[in-house]
Design a protein around this ligand. Structure first.
Ligand code: SF4
Length: 102
C-alpha cells in the first residue's frame, strides 16, 4: 500500500516575492499581493507569526505580510491612501537614483 501525498502548497509570496516587497513593487502589485494574502491558506499562521515578531520588537520592514503593508521603519500602512503615498514616494526615490527625476 502506498501512502497518498498531497502536493505541497506553493504560497503566492514565494512565487512573486517582489510584489510583497513594497520598496520594489508598484501600488497595483502591492494591492494584488494583499488580496492574495487574504485568500492564502497560511493567512492565520502568518498573522500569528507577525504578531509574535512585533511583540518581540522585531518589526517587519518594507513588506506585505499577512495582508498588511509595513513601511521600511516597521509601521503598518493603515489606509489605501497611505499605501499610494508610500509607493509614490518610493517611485520618486527610484527616479532620483536613476537620475530621471523631473
Ligand atoms: S498570508 Fe503569508 S504566506 Fe500567505 S501570501 Fe501572505 S505573506 Fe505569504
Amino acid at each position: 500500500m502506498t501512502a497518498r501525498r498531497s502536493a505541497p502548497t506553493v504560497l503566492p509570496c514565494a512565487i512573486d516575492p517582489q510584489s510583497w516587497d513594497i520598496d520594489e513593487g508598484s501600488y497595483r502589485a502591492g494591492r494584488d499581493a494583499q488580496r492574495e494574502c487574504f485568500r492564502c491558506p497560511r493567512l492565520a499562521a502568518c498573522r500569528a507569526e507577525v504578531a509574535k515578531m512585533i511583540a518581540a520588537g522585531d518589526l517587519p520592514r518594507s513588506m506585505i505580510w499577512a495582508g498588511v503593508a509595513y513601511r521600511h521603519e516597521g509601521t503598518a500602512v493603515a489606509t489605501d491612501r497611505e499605501l499610494r503615498v508610500y509607493y509614490n514616494r518610493v517611485e520618486g526615490q527610484r527616479a532620483i537614483e536613476r537620475g530621471s527625476a523631473a
